[in-house]
Structure formats: C-alpha cells, structure tokens
Design a protein around this ligand. Sequence first.
Ligand SMILES: *[C@@H]1O[C@H](CO)[C@@H](O)[C@H](O)[C@H]1NC(C)=O
Length: 273
Amino acid sequence: MATVDLLKHYIEYITSLTVLLTILLLVGPILYTVRLERSIAAKTIPLSGVPGCRRLGLTGRSNLSGQHEQQSSSNDGGPRVKALFTYPIKSCRGVELAAAEVETTGLKPKEGFKVGFADAFPVNILGLASVRATDAQLPPSADVKGKLDARRFRANIYVSGIEAFGEDTWKKITVGRRIGRDKDGLYECDAEYHVACRTARCKLPNVDPDTGIKDSNEPYTTLGKTRKVDKGAYPHPCLGMQTIPLFERGIVRVGDVIQVLESGEHCYEKMFA
Ligand SMILES: *[C@@H]1O[C@H](CO)[C@@H](O)[C@H](O)[C@H]1NC(C)=O
C-alpha cells in the first residue's frame, strides 16, 4: 500500500504547475540554442550545387568585375561600351548582356519583358571613371569607400575610356548600329542618340545591389556636396546622362566604340514643376 501512495504522491508532484514550469524553463533554452545553431549552420553551407540557389555579387564573368582597378582610362582608345544592363522590372536586379537590341523606348531585355522608359528616359549612360571619382570623394569613414559599385547607379550602358564626368557635356553620340529600310531594302548605319540631360539622383544608389541593404548616407551625401552641377535639376545631385535613341531599331554590343558628335552645355528641364 505504501508504494502506491508514494507513486501517487510522486505523480502529483511532477504534474504540479510550478514543477512543469521549472522543467520548461530549463529545457526550453537548450532546445532553442540547438535550433539556432542548426539554422546558422544551414546559412553557411556553400550554395553551389544547392538547387534553386545562386551566389550573390558580381560573377567572374561580369564585364564590371574589374571596375575597381580601372581608373580613368582615356588611354584605351577613347570611349567604349564596357558593360550593358537591362532592368526587366523597375527596381529589380539588373540583367547583364553582351549585346542588346535597342528600340525607341530603350534596351530590349532578353526575357521578352516589355519595358518602356524604364526610368524617365529610354537609355541611361554612365562613365565608370565618374563612379571611381565619386568613390574617391567619399569620406574615409564611409562603409562603401573603395568599393562603390557602378551597378548602384542602374545605368544601361557603362562607358570606359573617358575622364571622370566626361559624359556631362555630351549632346549627341553614336553607339552601335541601327537598322533601317528604304525602297532598296534593309540597310544599317551608326546608331545616333540624343543626350537629353543629366541623370538626377535620388537615394536609391545608397542601396547595395547585392544585399539590398541601404547605407544611411553614402554615396548620396557626397553626391549632394559635389554633384549639384545642374541648376535645372536642383536640389538633386546628378551622375550619368539620360539619352534617347534617334531610331526605331538598333543593336549595341560590349566593346562598341562611342563617337561624340556634339558636346556642349546642359541644363535639366524640370519634368514636374
Ligand atoms: C562581357 O563582354 C563580352 C564581349 O566583350 C561578352 O562576350 C561577355 O558575354 C560579356 N559578359 C557578360 C556577363 O555579359
């Protein structure tokens, strides 16, 4: 009889609320730590070979991979197309191309998305030397200093072979070829672009194109000090140029020579008063 009583008493004891709570408090954190360690371990598993996953960042194949070493390089035979990007959905990751068809509304993405006037104007052009010069102007304390990525500025055509901010004075250029048709059939010739105005900048370049993490200041703060160069765009800083294809159908390739047909002063026309 005594053993049964003792057992009853024991069961009562371990089912009492205080004891249950004590057990939970002791075992809970241990289980949680184990789970946490597992999820951290999962994150450090190398992604290659995991279906549906891909590494972030510039791949070795990107034509912008060497952008940090490349300073102003007017020694490599004048302006050239260094890299091409389309943005299938606005604000989304750019898609790098080796060649692109160009329509009046901009570079045609490979995937067949229809994008018109992706960011106010059809084609955004930016010199890599301008990005490097902006990087050099960043304060030493800036996290992005020394590694400011040109992709933050979401240009369609990245240009090598010009001095920093050399594109600022372009008014008419040719890049790639355009295709036309007349009574004798199809023909092709230099594709002309009207350089409409400087590209006014918002804070979006503060966002890292790989991680989506936004720096609270740079490069916007520095651009605000050094690149309020267009009184029409004021109070916005400017970097790069907005251009309009002067043809219906053309093609542009990495490595294409850029000819500057006209240069001169620019003053941004306010779109919204
Ligand atoms: C870089 O440019 C070359 C042409 O010079 C091209 O063949 C290659 O595919 C480009 N790379 C990417 C990632 O587009």
